[in-house]
Design a protein around this ligand. Structure first.
Ligand SMILES: C[S@@+](CC[C@H](N)C(=O)[O-])C[C@H]1O[C@@H](n2cnc3c(N)ncnc32)[C@H](O)[C@@H]1O
Length: 107
């Protein structure tokens, strides 16, 4: 996805810090322990601007949805959508899905 550089990316991400995971490697193998009350974990690989992310999280309130995206300028739009909608079961990772094995254990 080609995008123009968005202004104020840092402050925008900070405003939605509650849905951003800074250190996903630290949660490897224990996501559902860190975020209890969920029946399982859903991953979205390449969430773009997060329209699908937010809709899926809303439709699956018992699941924890983790969305990964390497273009922060796109992902921040999804983070804002989630925060504005007050969705609690979604988190975002600013990263490359090719490094997924360092963030999530098997299964
Ligand atoms: C077509 S968009 C999909 C958007 C979203 N899933 C949806 O359905 O609305 C594909 C996204 O995957 C992201 N992407 C591609 N390769 C990636 C990678 N290796 N790591 C993380 N994100 C990646 C792109 O930046 C882009 O935002």
């Amino acid at each position: 996805m080609r995008m123009r550089k968005k202004p104020n990316l840092g402050p925008r991400m900070e405003r939605c810090a509650e849905v951003l995971i800074d250190d996903p490697a630290a949660l490897r193998g224990r996501w559902l322990e860190e975020f209890p009350g969920h029946g399982g974990l859903l991953l979205e690989l390449g969430c773009g601007k997060g329209r699908f992310t937010v809709g899926t999280a809303e439709s699956n309130p018992d699941m924890l949805l983790v969305a990964v995206e390497r273009v922060a300028d796109a992902m921040v739009v999804g983070m804002e959508r989630a925060c504005e909608a007050g969705i609690k079961n979604v988190r975002f990772i600013d990263g490359d899905v090719r490094k997924l094995a360092g963030m999530f254990d098997k299964g």
